[in-house]
Design a protein around this ligand. Structure first.
Ligand code: 7TS
Length: 418
């Protein structure tokens, strides 16, 4: 076989116009009479028609409560819900369906672990390691746990580019280190953390590690078995699914020894006033009626993303990020916050002395949606000595033409204030 024949063919480029046609909101909404340029995908992404239709089909023809009825609809809804769990398991390359817990969002998943693992296995003087770039969802639950247990939060620093200083991360480990929780991709900086290495270091010290994948799963393929993380969590609405559903992956052995987070129906095998026995995993963690419709729709979002192809998505988004970075850098006074070597398609920036809220408001006049503020990552803002940034976060339906519109609008802001 020739060397050429042995090469894996490069994936065909995305047909972005065809993809855009699947997202009704992109053509139906106009802002101040202008086409919507949606660059706030890091906060919440849009849903394709296929996912909306799946929701409608479920509500129109399949809805009933699950795990509790012998009747036709309950069985249908149960099958669809459990099939959604299997879809998530395949998406994350987990070993078993029972390692997938549906939660209400990633925040809920992190709280579940802080409660179910942390409250059960951490004590006074124990230490939890996070990084300086975490979203508040991956800070506050651990702080609450520390407060309750007398444990201590240790924070791995980041450098000026927005990369974790790995030597410092390694140095934080000591015999009191009992848990690590780090983000895969920073929502404020775009940094892709070297999680494989971070997981290996944690395991070398015998410490379990959780990965917050809220900003990762929509940009790159994830294989939890190959990564060997103990927990991995993400949220449905950033993966082109509905709000109200999130996912926690946990290694079965860990989930089994954890305490339930919430008590109620469905998470028990039997209840008596003297003693209640809990259900098996994952049901032990899914008290009450779960987000049935949302989980089923999330599975169809995953199907959609996989059909487009995460490798192709990553290639397209690399182009968007490259073009956006170059275009904004070329504008006088623009400072980009987050210049890590490995970045997802997230671009935080500052325009001269203009407050990011004013930047966001002026961009909105041009129909461009970006997020402004601290992005629920106030320690990141403190690290750079700024109160906020404007942030463009891209999805695979964004175009290079939209990046040009962003750059033109930022140029207008710079001229107005400059
Ligand atoms: N972790 C990370 C890394 C995030 O980016 C977010 C949301 C969360 C956790 C919380 O997700 P939730 O679905 O539980 O709310 N990030 C953002 C953002 O960047 N702009 O709005 C929400």
């Amino acid at each position: 076989m020739s060397a050429v024949a042995r090469q894996t063919p490069a994936p065909a480029a995305l047909d972005v116009e065809r993809i855009r046609a699947d997202f009704p909101i992109l053509s139906e909404v106009r802002v101040h009479g202008k086409p919507l340029v949606y660059l706030d995908n890091g906060a919440s992404a849009q849903m394709p028609r296929q996912v909306i239709e799946r929701l409608v089909r479920y509500q129109t023809r399949e809805h009933a409560n699950i795990h509790r009825g012998v009747h036709y609809l309950s069985a249908l809804a149960t099958d669809a819900y459990e099939a959604a769990r299997a879809t998530v398991r395949r998406f994350l390359h987990a070993r078993e369906d029972r390692e997938i817990v549906f939660t209400s969002n990633v925040t809920d998943a992190i709280n579940l672990v802080a409660h179910g693992y942390g409250r059960a296995f951490l004590g006074e003087g124990d230490e939890i390691v996070i990084t300086h770039m975490e979203h508040h969802a991956n800070i506050v639950p651990w702080q609450m746990l520390c407060e309750e247990k007398g444990a201590k939060l240790r924070v791995a620093p980041i450098d000026d580019a927005g990369e974790v200083v790995m030597e410092e991360y390694g140095r934080l480990f000591n015999p009191r280190t009992k848990f690590v929780s780090v983000t895969h991709v920073s929502n404020a900086l775009g940094t892709i953390n070297p999680v494989r290495e971070m997981i290996a270091i944690a395991h070398r010290h015998g410490v379990p590690i959780m990965i917050d994948g809220a900003q990762a799963v929509q940009h790159m393929p994830i294989d939890v078995q190959s990564l060997d993380c103990d927990f991995y969590a993400f949220t449905g609405h950033k993966l082109f699914g509905p709000t109200g559903v999130g996912v926690l992956y946990g290694k079965a052995a860990l989930l089994e020894k954890m305490r339930p987070f919430r008590g109620g129906g469905d998470m028990i095998l039997s209840v008596a006033f003297e003693k209640t026995t809990y259900n098996t995993i994952p049901f032990k963690f899914e008290a009450g009626t779960p987000p049935i419709a949302q989980a089923i729709a999330l599975a169809s979002a995953i199907d959609y993303v996989q059909q487009v192809g995460l490798e192709r998505i990553a290639a397209h988004e690399r182009e968007l990020l490259r073009h956006a970075t170059e275009s904004l850098r070329a504008i006088d006074g623009v400072r980009i916050i987050g210049t890590a070597r490995e970045k997802a398609a997230v671009l935080s920036f500052y325009v001269g002395d203009v407050h990011p809220h004013d930047v966001g408001t002026l961009l909105n006049d041009d129909g461009i949606a970006v997020r402004t503020g601290h992005h629920c990552a106030q320690p990141v803002m403190q690290r750079y000595g700024i109160p906020a940034t404007a942030r463009a976060s891209f999805a695979f339906y964004n175009t290079l033409d939209e990046v040009d519109k962003l750059a033109a609008s930022v140029r207008r802001v710079q001229k107005l204030f400059g």
